[in-house]
Design a protein around this ligand. Structure first.
Ligand SMILES: Nc1ncnc2c1ncn2[C@@H]1O[C@H](COP(=O)(O)OP(=O)(O)OP(=O)(O)O)[C@@H](O)[C@H]1O
Ligand SMILES: [Mg+2]
Length: 573
């Protein structure tokens, strides 16, 4: 059979590699542009670049499928050809510093070409092959600084010669040294610093730039995140973060991806993991913009977890959604969301619109407030891991998407995202101090979203959640919209008694009309929390606030949102 000829197989492998290199080339071009964008303060262009970069992987995979799918013969031959192509491709990429990205690209292509359901290890790279291949000696990815007579001198050594966005860094060595020493003493006692490693590449994201490193001493580590901002003429140190939690929040799954140019992602991920051991490898890849590879890692992590556990998938705790069936595995901190076949009134949305809203969020600045959802297709789970009630719901409500076979449940489409504690449940069970903090952060969430031109639509507490760091985020996207598409109005004054007593609005309400005065009763807070919320965030109930925000966005302003608390900012000290 001609299709098994080595030449044919080699051509397939070479074609996929060429398209992978096209993808990577463009990805790195855009990524490298961030430094110049920062220098020129081209904030709008940075967001455009970010959106464009997200589309590269699917676009190039799509091109590969078009190029390679055309000549397909009988499907058995087709499959055989790709088994051979996988072997040839494995040889071609084994010594690349980004081999794991190359493998994932190949998987994306064959999954689409062969419409793989579940996993087909004959034509896909799977877990065992992810092991690090032999590579020539590593190029150093970080610079190591030896201890100096004082911490201030060390800070000088570290920052004095660095350039960010083609500019030198402006910093106050004494105050940075003080922050480092205080933290070091609290964590290590008398143990002195033995060395500091700082990653070579700069991490850019929106208006922020970050240097990432670690401080070593006595076999222990402190993460080092130096947050930089451009104030027009200079690049200035804005904050120095030294705890795993603070670093983790900067790398959160609720933020857009960094632009950081790396040769060997695997090595950078290893470094990041050393300072944030609690973060999944998958999340770290995603944070660097390799969301497709991150998704592959997430799937492997989940498969490993399923093999090592016995609990069953269950409904996620909290109010059931009208648009989504949401379930979780108690021992795994993710939730799975399937779109229902039909939506009960008053929901007026369609499946297509729901997909579009998730797509909008994926491309938008998530501002630390919108959970990142990974989209999976043709995913299967063992049937015996599902309880009867959940299976019944999936059968009745999601049969367009879910097929239940004897031994497995096949999901044609599924969102996977981090599990958080729904805010309505959190407020019920949290100690008063934590509940108060959450309610204040809830208001700030709505404001941060408004600052990035997002109106959540459905502001009920059940649609927000609390992360393990106590941050409030939003996860229900089916009614979310750009702020500038909404029309924020004051309630008109009734002119007659009939109007005043009317149960339904007596005035015309357009499809995009919002009445901020009505948000408070809608949110349904009571007692002390209600008072607290009104005091801190009463402006949310006035159309003026929203109209001001809209004016800002129409003028093309990009508001600063820092991934750390105001108290961490150096100017605040
Ligand atoms: N990331 C998450 N972590 C924990 N629980 C979640 C998460 N996402 C959703 N849930 C739970 O599932 C429920 C339904 O999810 P979601 O609000 O996204 O769906 P929906 O169908 O759009 O809801 P609605 O009917 O409010 O429009 C939530 O109220 C919450 O209890
Ligand atoms: Mg909801």
């Amino acid at each position: 059979m001609s299709v098994r000829q080595p030449g044919d197989v080699a051509r397939c492998a070479a074609s996929v590699l060429r398209l992978f290199e096209d993808y990577l080339g463009e990805f790195r071009d855009i990524t490298r542009r961030a430094a110049r964008r920062h220098e020129q303060q081209e904030w709008q262009a940075i967001q455009r670049d970010a959106r464009h970069r997200l589309d590269l992987h699917p676009a190039l995979v799509g091109r590969a499928v078009t190029e390679l799918g055309g000549a397909s013969t009988a499907s058995a031959d087709h499959h055989a050809r790709w088994i051979g192509a996988k072997r040839a491709y494995a040889e071609l990429v084994a010594h690349r510093p980004d081999y794991e990205l190359a493998q994932t690209f190949f998987n994306s292509v064959t999954r689409r070409l062969l419409t793989t359901v579940g996993v087909d290890p004959a034509v896909e790279f799977v877990e065992e092959e992810y092991d690090r291949p032999r590579r020539s000696p590593e190029r150093a990815i970080f610079v190591t600084y030896a201890p100096q007579a004082t911490t201030a001198a060390l800070v000088h050594a570290l920052l004095g010669s660095r350039r960010v966005a083609h500019q030198p860094i402006t910093f106050d060595a004494a105050s940075i040294a003080e922050i480092i020493d205080r933290r070091r003493r609290a964590a290590w006692g008398a143990q002195p610093i033995e060395g500091v490693d700082v990653l070579e590449p700069v991490f850019y994201r929106n208006k922020g730039a970050y240097l990432i490193g670690r401080i070593r001493g006595g076999g222990r580590l402190l993460p080092l995140v130096i947050a930089l901002v451009s104030d027009g003429a200079r690049v200035v140190v804005d904050a120095v973060l030294l705890t795993e939690d603070d670093a983790s929040i900067v790398f959160s799954f609720t933020r857009s991806y960094f632009h950081v140019d790396v040769e060997a992602p695997h090595d950078i991920i290893g470094f990041l993991k050393s300072i944030m051991p609690a973060k999944r490898v998958a999340e770290l890849y995603i944070a660097l913009g390799y969301d497709r590879h991150g998704k592959a890692e997430l799937f492997r992590d989940l498969s490993r977890h399923l093999a090592a556990s016995t609990d069953r998938f269950e409904f996620a705790e909290g109010d059931r959604g009208m648009v989504m069936v949401v379930f979780t595995l108690p021992s795994y901190d993710m939730v799975f969301k399937v779109i229902r076949d039909r939506f009960a009134p008053p929901k007026q949305t369609t499946r297509r619109q729901v997909l579009e809203r998730y797509e909008l969020v994926f491309h938008h600045d998530r501002a630390g407030r919108l959970v990142d959802a990974q989209q999976f297709e043709h995913l299967t789970f063992p049937r015996q891991r599902f309880g009867d009630e959940l299976l019944a719901e999936l059968t009745e409500e999601t049969s367009d998407t879910v097929t239940i076979a004897d031994d497995r449940v096949v999901f044609r489409h599924l969102y996977v995202e981090r599990r958080v504690r729904p805010l309505n449940l959190f407020l019920r069970e949290a100690p008063p101090v934590a509940a108060r903090a959450a309610i204040l952060d809830f208001g700030q969430t709505i404001k941060d979203l408004a600052a990035t031109n997002i109106f959540p639509g459905d502001v009920l507490l059940k649609n927000f959640g609390v992360t393990r760091h106590g941050r409030v985020i939003f996860y229900d996207y089916d009614e979310l919209a750009p702020l500038t598409d909404c029309n924020f109005r004051r309630m008109p004054e009734p002119r007659t008694l009939e109007e005043e007593m009317a149960a339904e609005p007596w005035f015309y309400v357009g499809p995009h009309d919002m009445f901020p005065e009505e948000f408070l009763p809608f949110i349904g807070l009571h007692g002390e929390l209600r008072e607290l919320f009104l005091q801190a965030h009463g402006d949310l109930f006035d159309a003026d606030f929203w109209n001001r925000m809209q004016a800002l966005h129409r003028a093309g302003k990009i508001v600063d949102i820092f991934p750390y608390q105001e108290a961490h900012r150096l100017h605040a000290r």
